[in-house]
Design a protein around this ligand. Structure first.
Ligand code: UFG
Length: 341
């Protein structure tokens, strides 16, 4: 029988790609999103319930009405910098919100849960690449909020027989390969979109001297002084969730598992800008700025566990793919922020 899955945050960047992949794979999908950061029009041909994860009544009704058997939980605030200046929002939405969601699930006997966790839970690791056994020691409230939920999931597995998989994402990037589904954040703070916005601005005749693209710190202990991240294509990320979901259904015993999702390849901020310049054919200008609070110097994954246990393999190992697909999207969906500049 077709399985019904609730995707919280399904109007957001990763959630919208996930929703589309689940539907293509034959699942019934219901999106639950408060639209505080998501876009209703990113939810394509799918039921959208506009609601907050802290609204126990509406969430419970949604679980019942649609016979939900598993929840994929993307609804979260996910800006590292913002979490440092507004930690209350992060603990309220990410911790209290998820806690409420889990308790509503319990009341309605839904006990399968895929959780969007993050490599930000590792903080500044002593050794690289990062495995799941690397000590978790976040350096920003965003990372703390996600680690707290991982702890709740472990305790709920023991006490309430919850079956969960926490996926620790490295840096999600890219858009649908055919340019049909993209990435939209408001405000946009992520590196790759901002670099491509700058390419669009220059292409439209903008003055390079007016660049707003900043590199946050060039004095890190990395190969060129800028931060290193492991960029994973959004469709590879979503494919891993499908494997995780299948595992929840195939091995129903209670338990909480964790997997890293990345491609084990570190790319510096400067290298991202250079690759974008090469692929767009635009000499993208930038300026140096002070470090952004909460940014670890280097985060690179070892995702062997996901490959071995989930049977997952990324298709795109090179950030060039993510850039090409994102460029296809942004060139045809020029953001208002670029049009206005
Ligand atoms: N950066 C710049 N200039 C910008 C934007 C970003 O130099 O204008 C730098 C950041 O300082 C960082 C790197 O580019 O070193 C990547 O920054 P992003 O904001 O794109 O991504 P983050 O690594 O801060 O965070 C993202 C997600 C989080 C997730 C994290 C895991 O937003 O949800 O990846 O590393 F947890």
């Amino acid at each position: 029988m077709t399985k019904s899955i609730l995707v919280t945050g399904g109007a957001g960047y990763i959630g919208s790609h996930m929703t589309r992949m689940l539907k293509a794979d034959g699942y019934n999908v219901v999106v639950y999103d408060n639209l505080s950061r998501g876009n209703a029009d990113a939810v394509l041909d799918t039921t959208l319930v506009e609601g907050d994860i802290r609204d126990d009544a509406l969430l419970g009704k949604t679980l019942e009405d649609h016979g939900i058997e598993a929840v994929m939980h993307f609804a979260a605030l996910a800006y590292v910098g913002e979490s440092v200046t507004e930690p209350d929002m992060y603990y309220d939405n990410n911790v209290i919100g998820t806690f409420r969601l889990l308790n509503t699930m319990r009341r309605h006997h839904v006990n399968r849960f895929v959780f969007s966790s993050t490599c930000a839970t590792y903080g500044e690791p002593d050794t690289l690449p990062i495995t799941e056994d690397t000590r978790q020691n976040p350096i920003n409230p965003y990372g703390h909020s996600k680690l707290m939920v991982e702890q709740i999931l472990m305790d709920y597995a023991v006490a309430y027989q919850l079956r969960s998989i926490a996926l620790r994402y490295f840096n999600a990037a890219g858009c649908a390969e055919d340019g049909s589904l993209g990435e939209r954040h408001d405000p946009e703070t992520h590196l790759l979109p901002l670099v491509l916005f700058e390419a669009l601005r220059i292409k439209a005749g903008g003055d390079p001297a007016d660049t707003k693209l900043c590199i946050f710190g060039d004095d890190f202990d990395t190969r060129d002084g800028t931060c290193v991240r492991d960029y994973i294509h959004v469709t590879d990320l979503c494919r891993a969730h499908i494997h995780a979901l299948e595992r929840l259904f195939e091995t129903p015993e209670a338990g909480a598992e964790q997997f890293n999702l990345g491609v084990n390849r570190g790319v510096t901020v400067l290298e991202v800008i250079q690759a974008c310049s090469r692929i767009t054919g635009v000499d993208i200008p930038y300026k140096m700025a002070p470090r952004r609070a909460g940014d670890p110097p280097e985060l690179v994954s070892d995702a062997t566990k996901a490959m071995d246990i989930l049977g997952w393999q990324p298709r795109f190992h090179d950030i060039d793919n993510s850039i090409e697909h994102a460029w296809k999207w942004f060139s045809t969906h020029v953001p208002d922020a670029v049009k206005a500049s």
